[in-house]
Design a protein around this ligand. Structure first.
Ligand code: GLC
Length: 442
């Protein structure tokens, strides 16, 4: 469940069972998840009228920081005057991301695409006077990047939706089922329309916490989507009818026990463009967080918040470019790999080739001293520095000939072969990794 205070901060977040566990048998979804599993990096885009004043997306009026009327005045200032979907797609490609997820409609109900279900869309109601999503998806597809549609189930602007301001409701669903049904037909109509016209590869629902699976008719929503594209992937915010889990902002400390998960995270502290928020994460921080997610079997969905004119803030462009340069050099240790060693064997992040015969060890820049691997019951054939080619020689320490306990592997990493952000060592093994996980002794 997610709740925000008037400061727009998340005060409570748990990966509720509804988000974590799908009601669908994982075997039936495994096939379509392959690309997602290998993709590792997605770019999230929160573009909406909230970028005009630079305030919290939708939450600002819901939490009464601004009146609804003033919030909606932003429609008049949303121009997309410098919007070039090809530039966005180029930047995303350059970052190394394999998919992008864009807001088709946030909780404020303003559709960013040309919906026929309501006039509250940027084509009709803003000077932009154009569909933002369709041309972007076209550009992504040209570059072989998968297209994701963020869609808020909540629609605080729709008069048939029961909630509006945080402490008020228009009506209770159980007291007015006809009205709720009218809303249901509307939002399911938009989903059908998006499925037919934009054909997303991935659906990123949000706001499921305001109603139950029965009330949203989550199973039917899933059916609407899959009947049009049986390979469409659905995130875990559909009250148990999604395919994967979506922890938000908070990174896991222990490895999440899910087949598929994706950490969604902002580059500063907000999803949308907010000029006063200068709390930028550095490229080093972003890269280490990304690596940590991948090492634990997850993806990172990294958010950017374009301005109302369709340009992307410089700091975000810089992070995506730096991340891209790092991925270009080190990508073999990321894309198409799987989660690395379990905790305890190496004090840092690691990944593995799919066949488990190659280990990738991630070492933060400017690490001095030797690295150590514990409990590795394999012969090491070769160690190289990824993207640099330098060969390193391991030293096995403390191997007792008559004991089954493997020795400790020490690796000296000279400073001159290190990456400016994070160095990757490629450790080729004689056979699939075999780990000793005992407590020592004989
Ligand atoms: C939350 C918020 C929303 C944001 C989303 C991204 O659920 O309600 O503002 O778009 O997280 O994950």
């Amino acid at each position: 469940m997610i709740r925000k205070t008037t400061l727009g901060l998340i005060i409570c977040f748990t990966i509720g069972l509804g988000h974590a566990q799908t009601k669908i048998d994982p075997k039936t979804i495994a096939d379509k998840m392959h690309w997602f599993e290998d993709a590792k990096l997605g770019i999230f885009i929160h573009a909406g009228i909230y970028s005009v004043n630079g305030i919290d997306e939708s939450w600002s009026f819901h939490n009464k920081k601004i009146s609804y009327a003033d919030y909606m005045k932003q429609l008049k200032g949303f121009t997309l005057s410098k919007y070039d979907p090809a530039t966005w797609a180029d930047l995303i490609k350059e970052s190394g991301a394999r998919y992008a997820v864009i807001t088709t409609k946030h909780h404020d109900g303003v559709a960013m695409y040309d919906t026929k279900q309501s006039d509250l869309n940027i084509v009709k109601k803003t000077p932009a006077n154009r569909d933002m999503v369709k041309p972007f998806f076209d550009e992504l597809r040209k570059r072989d990047i998968k297209c994701g549609a963020y869609f808020s189930l909540i629609d605080w602007s729709n008069k048939f939706y029961p909630g509006f301001l945080k402490d008020s409701s228009r009506y209770e669903v159980q007291n007015d089922y006809d009205r709720w049904n009218t809303f249901r037909m509307f939002f399911q109509g938009q989903i059908t329309e998006i499925a037919n016209t934009l054909k997303p590869d991935l659906w990123w629902f949000d706001g499921d916490w305001e109603h139950s699976a029965e009330e949203w008719e989550a199973e039917k929503v899933r059916r609407i989507i899959l009947s049009r594209n049986k390979n469409a992937i659905i995130n875990g915010r559909l009250q148990g009818y999604g395919d994967y889990t979506t922890p938000e902002q908070n990174f896991p400390v222990t490895r999440p026990p899910f087949n598929w998960w994706e950490l969604c995270m902002t580059i500063n502290d907000n999803w949308g463009f907010q000029p006063q928020d200068q709390n930028w994460k550095t490229p080093y921080e972003i890269i280490t967080i990304f690596v940590d997610a991948v090492a634990n079997g997850g993806n990172l969905l990294l958010d950017i918040g374009p301005k109302e004119d369709g340009t992307i803030p410089d700091q975000e462009v810089n992070v995506l470019k730096e991340l891209g340069a790092w991925n270009k050099k080190n990508g073999e240790a990321i894309f198409g790999t799987k989660a690395g060693l379990p905790a305890g064997h190496f004090y840092g992040a690691s990944t593995m080739s799919k066949d488990s015969t190659t280990l990738y060890l991630f070492v933060p820049a400017k690490t001095v001293g030797t690295l150590m691997i514990k409990g590795l019951d394999n012969k090491i054939e070769d160690i190289t520095v990824v993207g640099n080619g330098a060969k390193l020689t391991p030293k096995v320490v403390g191997k007792i000939s008559w004991s089954k306990v493997p020795g400790l592997v020490y690796i000296d990493l000279p400073e001159n072969v290190q990456d400016k952000y994070m160095t990757v060592l490629k450790v080729k093994l004689d056979k699939p990794v075999k780990l000793y996980r005992g407590e020592g002794g004989l």
